[in-house]
Design a protein around this ligand. Structure first.
Ligand SMILES: O=C(O)CCC(=O)C(=O)O
Length: 268
């Protein structure tokens, strides 16, 4: 699968866009045949792990309605591991953030089912006990994703503000962060994704997604990168404990975030 390893030079304009706005969408990063192959395998793992699919939508919380979430698929499936270890995707992350190397924080599949709800406004790094802002996620839709499927949407430049960073994904975060971003006149970038198009966003960029009002699942794979050398911080939120145990096992405050769960995926 050379398309997963081929270098993808990121232009200075693209790096500037990402660092100023906190996100970027890039077209034609992955070819359709490659996405088909990995979609089948990723979907198989999601169905095997089946975390929520039995629970009726009407009985779920807002978080549970947003998506079925399965993490660290690379640990259980060799084919998905090839995808998560893509040097192309990791190299783009390193170039965008302007760092020499990136490690894996974790991967996750996010399937928004038909009739799945909104993904409320949030910033991911709320959950992560990591010592600096050089973290980002690549969001890879596994089909073309027009508005009815609930593509990821971003608040441009919002990684620069601290208001709202203390809110977990919830009805409250949707309302309060929306009000705060509107008051600051940040641009809202909500658009479809073509097949092969992917986005990257910083851990502190506020983002959300609409509901899935189509009749097919919105299948998405994500990979979360952190700068090589980033450290584990104090666990100041309840959620930090779960993340440290799951994704940084055995570490304590001040340790490098570099366990066997966090392989180096790219280095210049
Ligand atoms: O896929 C979604 O609806 C949300 C994705 C997200 O929040 C993320 O990848 O950080």
């Amino acid at each position: 699968m050379k398309d997963l390893q081929a270098p993808y030079p990121v232009s200075e304009a693209e790096q500037g866009f990402f660092r100023e706005r906190g996100y970027i969408k890039l077209k034609n990063v992955l070819p359709p045949e490659l996405i088909d192959r990995y979609r089948n395998e990723i979907t198989r793992v999601v169905l095997e792990r089946n975390p929520l699919l039995q629970k009726p939508m009407s009985e779920r919380t807002t978080y549970e309605k947003a998506f079925v979430q399965v993490t660290n698929l690379w640990r259980q499936n060799e084919v998905v591991r090839e995808f998560v270890f893509s040097e192309k995707l990791a190299g783009i992350a390193a170039q965008l953030m302007g760092v020499r190397g990136v490690r894996l924080y974790h991967d996750q599949a996010l399937y928004k089912e038909p009739s799945g709800g909104i993904t409320p406004w949030h910033a991911d790094q709320y959950y992560w006990p990591l010592s600096n802002p050089n973290t980002c996620t690549v969001w890879v839709p596994l089909q073309a994703t027009p508005l009815p499927l609930g593509p990821l949407a971003f608040s441009s430049r919002s990684h620069t503000v601290e208001i709202g960073r203390g809110l977990a994904i919830s009805d409250e975060s949707e309302q309060l962060i929306q009000e705060s971003l509107a008051a600051q006149n940040f641009e809202y970038d909500e658009g479809p994704f073509d097949l092969g198009e992917v986005s990257y966003h910083y851990g502190w960029t506020f983002h959300r997604a609409g509901p899935n009002v189509s009749d097919i699942p919105r299948a998405v794979m994500t990979i979360i990168y952190m700068e090589d050398g980033i450290k584990v911080t104090d666990l100041t939120r309840e959620e930090h404990h779960a993340d440290r145990d799951a994704f940084l096992p055995g570490t304590k405050t001040g340790d490098p975030a570099a366990t066997e769960m966090n392989p180096l995926l790219y280095r210049t």
